[in-house]
Design a protein around this ligand. Structure first.
Ligand code: AHR
Length: 538
């Protein structure tokens, strides 16, 4: 491929995993037991909350890349698919997970995508070159199929428009296709294509990673800001009720990090609702393979969120705007093994095996930590997408015979199952260890979610200690939950253990002995573990 890929670019500018790599030689490379106590204390007060959760915080992402769409969610030739071509096993998994919102069709793919190629009679749809991943795109799955699939799995769509090679006009046409009842060129085309009722897609991304030189149509921030503004105005003329997300920096290591966001927002602040953040974490060059550092990844996410918030609010101040933007963390995950230019090059094949990261136990612990960080910022981060959902950097993987749950599936499934209500503003006291680039990293990290209607609380607890079990006292400031109804832990002797079709249950949650209920509850957490406890109201 002549196009440079994301990882290659970041390597060239020498900032891959900048948060850790720049000073990795100064780090201890191990957890020095700095404190004396292996006991942490968490004070939980239902009256002290961060905000009420928007369930869109637990969204995901499907892209035309590798085998995500084809062989992932759509596979008409498979014995496991229905008459509509949707893989029934995948559909059942996603529906059962209860993913609230799903981003589509990219990612890098969207920046070269003509949505008109993917609608109408399937036999007439063109086979085209997917230039983002040098693959062949059959266009047999497009906007109507995605929106039908979303309905089938019970998810809301988050559509991205092409602001790379595409125009604001074509983006507004897509809004018209999706959201206008009838009587106009594009709404009538939708009806002709079989969807009589409008889809009423509410959330839209204005392009993807436009700051990246790997992006088709990449441009300077000011130019992008003007293009995003134009697109926003045209799209809102078609449907004033839509919510729009501008492209923020694609990576904290970008040379233009924060400055891109500032310049973009200077142009389009008044016309958008949110800005996007992306971040993929790894235990490769970023950390020098040091698992203690890797388990601190979510503290880097905390900082990224706070930095982007600061830029948004600075622009807001300069503009004297009444409006405060929210953040859309619409690509986040662990991804560091299958991310070279070779892994992104489909060699012109259809549904090639690309970026099929195999996730191990420590990746799942990191994903659990990242969920904690998203929760504690839920007052500003209202939408987020685990990237991606199936096959490519995903919790679910398919083969001809079925679907596999990777390790990262489990922390994601827990928060989807229990994440409702108000996120608690917990006070956490824990010993910690030093990571030079971050500072003190507490062994224990926790999120708590309280549902006022039922009085139930869910706790998600990460123990970053690689060698020692730790005790965590939860001290309830008001009425304590009467019992622990469900208490499970993800852990195991081997941080590098992973699931496969041959051994699908190597890393799965185990029951954890629940603490005795009371005003103070003491959890005994195994080393390197992620625990979920569900405490119903009385
Ligand atoms: O999610 C995989 C790719 O990572 C997406 O296409 C792109 O937006 C990001 O660089």
């Amino acid at each position: 491929m002549s196009m440079i890929c994301r990882r290659q670019f970041l390597n060239q500018v020498g900032v891959t995993g900048a948060a850790f790599a720049a000073v990795s030689s100064r780090s201890s490379g191990a957890q020095v037991q700095a404190g004396t106590s292996n006991r942490a204390r968490v004070i939980a007060d239902p009256a002290r909350t961060v905000a009420t959760l928007d369930r869109r915080l637990f969204g995901s992402f499907v892209e035309h890349i590798g085998r995500c769409i084809y062989e992932g969610i759509y596979d008409p030739g498979s014995k496991l698919s229905g008459a509509d071509g949707f893989r029934k096993d995948v559909l059942a998994e996603v529906r059962q997970l209860g993913v609230p919102i799903i981003r589509y069709p990219g990612g890098n793919f969207v920046s070269g995508y003509n949505w008109l190629d993917g609608v109408g009679a399937k036999k007439d749809r063109p086979r085209v070159l997917n230039r983002a991943s040098n693959s062949t795109e059959s266009n047999q799955f497009g906007t109507d199929e995605f929106l039908a699939w979303c309905r089938a799995v019970g998810a809301e769509p988050l559509l991205a428009v092409n602001l790379g090679t595409g125009t604001p006009e074509r983006a507004a046409d897509l809004v018209e296709y999706c959201n206008v009842e009838s009587g106009t060129r594009w709404s009538d085309l939708r009806r002709k294509n079989g969807a009589e009722r409008p889809y009423n897609v509410k959330y839209w991304c204005l392009g993807n990673e436009m700051d990246g030189p790997w992006q088709l149509g990449h441009m300077p921030a000011k130019e992008y800001g003007l293009k995003a503004r134009d697109a926003a105005l045209q799209m809102r003329t078609v449907d004033p009720s839509i919510r729009l997300v501008a492209c923020g920096s694609s990576e904290v290591g970008m040379p233009t990090y924060l400055e891109w966001d500032r310049q973009t927002l200077e142009e389009c602040y008044d016309d958008v609702d949110a800005i996007s953040l992306h971040h993929y974490f790894g235990n490769g060059p970023e950390t020098g393979g040091d698992s203690a550092k890797f388990l601190a990844s979510n503290l880097i996410m905390d900082r990224q969120i706070e930095e982007i918030m600061a830029v948004c609010d600075m622009v807001r101040g300069r503009k004297r705007s009444k409006k405060q933007l929210w953040l859309s963390f619409d690509e986040w995950n662990v991804w560091y093994r299958k991310n070279t230019d070779v892994d992104m090059n489909g060699q012109r094949k259809e549904a090639p095996h690309l970026v099929e990261e195999v996730y191990d136990l420590e990746d799942a612990l990191v994903v659990g930590g990242l969920i904690i960080s998203l929760l504690r910022h839920c007052d500003r981060v209202r939408l987020a997408c685990l990237a991606q959902l199936v096959n490519d950097i995903a919790p679910l993987v398919t083969n001809a015979e079925g679907v596999l749950r990777q390790t990262i599936y489990y922390p994601y499934a827990w928060v989807l199952k229990y994440g409702r209500g108000n996120v608690l503003n917990l006070a956490v006291e824990s010993d910690g260890y030093e990571v030079a680039e971050i500072g003190r990293v507490p062994y224990i990290d926790v999120a708590g979610i309280f549902e006022p209607a039922s009085g139930s609380t869910t706790l998600l607890i990460l123990n970053r200690d690689l060698v020692k079990g730790r005790e965590v006292d939860i001290v309830w400031r008001e009425s304590a939950p009467a019992r622990v109804a469900d208490c499970q832990v993800l852990t195991g002797p081997d941080l590098k253990a992973y699931n496969s079709f041959e051994a699908p249950n190597r890393v799965i949650p185990q029951p954890l002995e629940p603490p005795k209920a009371g005003a103070r509850m003491t959890f005994q957490l195994p080393p390197h573990s992620y625990t979920m406890a569900y405490l119903p109201g009385k």
